[in-house]
Design a protein around this ligand. Sequence first.
Ligand SMILES: [Zn+2]
Length: 278
Amino acid sequence: MKLLISADMEGISGIVDWEQVTPGHVEYQSRGRQLMTDDVNAAIQGAFESGADEVLVSDGHWNARNILIEELDSRVRLNSGSPSPFAMLQGIDDQPPPDAVMLVGYHGMSGTKKAVLDHTWSDTRVRSVFLNGRAVGEIGLNAAVAAHYGAPVVALTGDQHACEEGMNMIGPELEIAVVKNATGRFAAQCLPLGEARHKICEAAARAVIKFREGKAPPRFAVAAPVQLAVEFVYTQHADRAYLIPGAERVTGTRLEYTAPDIVTAHRAFRAMTMLARD
Ligand SMILES: [Zn+2]
């Protein structure tokens, strides 16, 4: 069984502020990167302990150069650097393809009430995203791409809202590890690191066992053609993102795009957000 671990940073144990996850800041360099690497290592350990044959890691935050490879479990390969074809899910088209995906350090979608660093892809440019009319954040977007390649999302770690969002999208079979309880966008009651890592390790282990027993969660499949809608923060963002051929301007801040499949919708969304500068 081959597992792809996609790691984001806002839902990592102990993280509560942008300064801890943004390159250039002291706390990012001195603490954030190590915290992220250690959460990922806990997931890797749990996966191997319960019988995963291979684990691939995708660094999914910012420029995808956060995880300290020097400190990463030496049994895994790391997808690092940006842009890459699948971004947070780089490696999903690997050969042989991953059988399942685990989301580590994920966060609630933009607008989630009192969730640590809630946002969807870009904090300053994207208000909300819809796939076939359903609101999704990064959990839903990545789960949908994984489903296209046949892989279910089997486990997720983050604050209580990220875990709840995952359960709502994927189902109660999803294994979760709540590593902090958010009390605001920049505040949370964080578990002791040892306890948080233990929960991550256990969630990964249970997810791999369930997968091997044929009890994995259903794939988060999105029907084709895929109707993508993106609500931007300001009209200037939509002005620029509209340059994507095929994009339709619905309102001042909203664009819609019809894609033949989720992979194309995902690429269109990423291209729109890259174009949508301030
Ligand atoms: Zn993110």
